[in-house]
Ligand binder design. Structure first.
Ligand code: GTP
Length: 597
């Protein structure tokens, strides 16, 4: 193939700025699919992605475009995930491209993830082509946004195309600009093979499919390849491209994107960012930038109905088939029974997995509060990682404990800035920067991740009426005065409610959870004491008073249907009771208590 006729590019944008809509339009214009095949948003192919309108897995499609110069070009368009938790996947997808379309909603302007994605693209030395989308909207202000792109991002936006991915205005110009303004790939077809593993997923018919970008050499069907990070070898049984349908080919040359299959059973053997080479005559070095993805947020998932345990295991296994960054291990809890400790790339990743378990597998689950990964130095000189507050060792054996910190970038309209600063300060944040772009403020804070996994997104959303955008990256570990807070019900610790918090927050959080539990735990025949404690020291307490005999008495005989409802509700509740010491606690109480917020 003639490399000068290839363009590899992605589309980067803040969520909802129109990335997928634009991609679909380009596919349509290039005739990759007939109208009948052209389902809405082809690239976002998982049901959940479509429903939530977000992209999780990177997809790629190969388009043929006849340009104004009369030549036909191959455009490899790579879709990238739009959320912070998947930043590493985004950076790998971008590393497979020479350029990117930077889509900015002309009615919204630059947002936190526009910036985050731009930084990733600039890190990867990509040529950026700014595009102003949604100009059909009456609220569109292309001129203002053009200036904003120049001020905030510092790239020339004078030539930025004004388009509407929805109505189709300007799509042809975008395709033409991809050909004229973005660089072609370079590479030697006879060099030793270096192909980047950009993504992988499990397909029920083909097994594991690996998305690759060949950088040097030629990747041929039938060859034996080696994954450079693990040393494992596999026989390539299929080579193909997406148009977006699977089309088989015999080989992929340098600068080309496509997929291979190699009878691989699990995506866990396919590490994003890894280099694929030949077993015979391998490349001397792997491509730069490989970094195995590590889970940073953990939580326990327990079936509400204990008999669902095996089914839950099966379901987690199915999800893991398609998600190499999702990890799980069995765990048992006195309060919640048997379940799994699960690791995620971030909060959204956690939410997606939970929702899929609930929706696709119809599982009713309880999850414990998310926890980050702590590092501890012990008095005997060893070091440990802590993934679960329950495993917090004897305090006297701990020399130091460190927690992960993030650098958060928040963009917010001026009028909501005050509450945002307060929130960040409450969460132990340190302000790094505060700048203005028009009437929008851009604040940069260093924050402990521990404080962010605890309802930070929700609070940010509500105090800014949804106008704040947020992005973060992990910047490292710092020592902190972190303690384990236990919740005791009649002096018995409830393992599922244990949490690790900064000492300054311990009392507040302990009091909050006790108060909440007090409302959630139904009265018993005796008094129930609820306590929060650090070690042996009680820092908060509440009491659930003893029960009055007739629960329906408060309906004072009037409304019979209300009475019946109350009784039925109790019956329903009975099924889901957990015996805790002498105390019966409905599962729903744990669920609610764990929701916090
Ligand atoms: P993620 O996949 O979550 O990153 O979002 P996205 O950037 O792919 O956004 P998407 O293409 O799903 O578009 C978000 C919303 O904006 C959808 O409701 C689109 O219909 C709408 N939209 C996209 N382009 C335009 C446009 O040019 N004009 C108007 N009016 N709406 C648009």
């Amino acid at each position: 193939t003639d490399l000068s006729k290839i363009r590899n590019f992605s589309i980067i944008a803040h969520i909802d700025h129109g990335k997928s809509t634009l991609a679909d339009r380009m596919i349509q214009v290039c005739g990759g699919l007939t109208d009948r095949e052209m389902k809405e948003q082809v690239l976002d192919n998982m049901e959940l992605e479509r429903e939530r309108g977000i992209t999780i897995k990177a997809q790629t499609v190969r388009l043929e475009y006849k340009a104004k110069d009369g030549e036909t070009y191959i455009l490899n368009l790579m879709d990238t995930p739009g959320h912070v938790d998947f930043a590493y996947e985004v950076s790998r997808s971008l590393a497979a491209c020479e350029g990117a379309l930077l889509v900015v909603d002309a009615s919204q302007g630059v947002e936190a993830q526009t910036l985050a994605n731009v930084y990733l693209a600039l890190d990867g030395d990509l040529e950026l082509l700014p595009v102003l989308n949604k100009i059909d909207l009456p609220a569109a202000e292309p001129e203002r946004v053009r200036t904003q792109i120049e001020d905030v991002i510092g790239i020339d936006a004078s030539g930025a195309l004004e388009i509407s991915a929805k109505t189709g205005i300007g799509i042809q110009d975008v395709l033409e600009a991809v050909v004229t303004d973005l660089p072609a790939p370079v590479g030697d077809p006879n060099a030793k093979l270096q192909a980047m593993l950009v993504d992988s997923w499990y397909d029920p018919y083909l097994g594991v499919i690996i998305l690759v970008r060949v950088v040097e050499g030629t990747l041929k069907k039938g060859a034996k390849v080696r994954m450079m990070s693990t040393g494992r070898t596999h026989d390539v049984d299929r080579v193909g491209v997406f148009t977006p349908k699977h089309v088989m080919v015999n080989e992929l040359g340098p600068g080309e994107m496509g997929f291979i299959t190699a009878s691989i059973k699990s995506v866990h053997d396919c590490k994003v960012g890894d280099t694929i080479t030949y077993e015979k005559d391998p490349a001397d070095a792997a491509l730069p930038g490989f970094k195995p993805s590590v889970p940073v947020v953990f939580c326990g998932l327990f079936p509400v109905d204990a008999s669902d345990f095996e089914y839950l295991r099966e379901s987690l296994g199915k999800l893991a088939l398609n998600d190499a960054s999702f990890k799980y291990d069995t765990e048992s809890s006195a309060a919640l029974g048997f379940g799994f400790r699960c690791g995620f790339l971030g909060l959204l990743h956690l939410e997606i997995i939970q929702e899929r378990l609930n929706r696709e597998f119809d599982l009713d689950l309880i999850s414990t509060a998310p926890s980050v990964v702590y590092r501890m130095g012990m008095t005997d000189g060893t070091e440990q990682e802590l993934h679960n507050p329950v495993d917090y060792p004897d305090v006297t054996k701990i020399k130091w404990i460190e927690e992960p910190w993030i650098k958060a970038t928040i963009m917010v309209p001026d009028e909501f800035l005050g509450p945002v600063l307060t929130l960040c300060t409450e969460r132990r944040g340190e302000q790094v920067d505060l700048t203005y772009v028009g009437n929008r403020a851009m604040v940069v804070y260093n924050l402990p991740l521990n404080e962010v996994v605890f309802d930070f997104y929700d609070r940010l959303k509500s105090i800014s009426k949804g106008y704040a955008s947020f992005d973060y990256e992990i910047v490292g570990y710092r020592e902190g005065d972190l303690v384990k807070v236990q919740i005791l019900i009649n002096s018995d610790p409830v393992d599922a409610l244990a949490m690790i918090v900064h000492r300054s927050q311990a009392e507040y959080r302990g009091r909050q959870i006790c108060a909440r539990l007090k409302d959630l735990i139904p009265r018993q025949l005796f008094k129930v004491a609820l306590q929060a404690a650090i070690g042996g020291k009680v820092i908060a307490r509440e009491t659930v008073g003893a029960l009055r005999k007739d629960v329906t008495a408060k309906c004072y005989g009037g409304d019979i249907t209300r009475k019946r409802k109350l009784l039925e509700k109790q019956k329903e509740g009975k099924k889901r009771m957990r015996q805790f010491g002498k105390v019966e606690i409905p599962q729903s109480a744990f669920l609610e208590a764990l929701k916090m917020g």
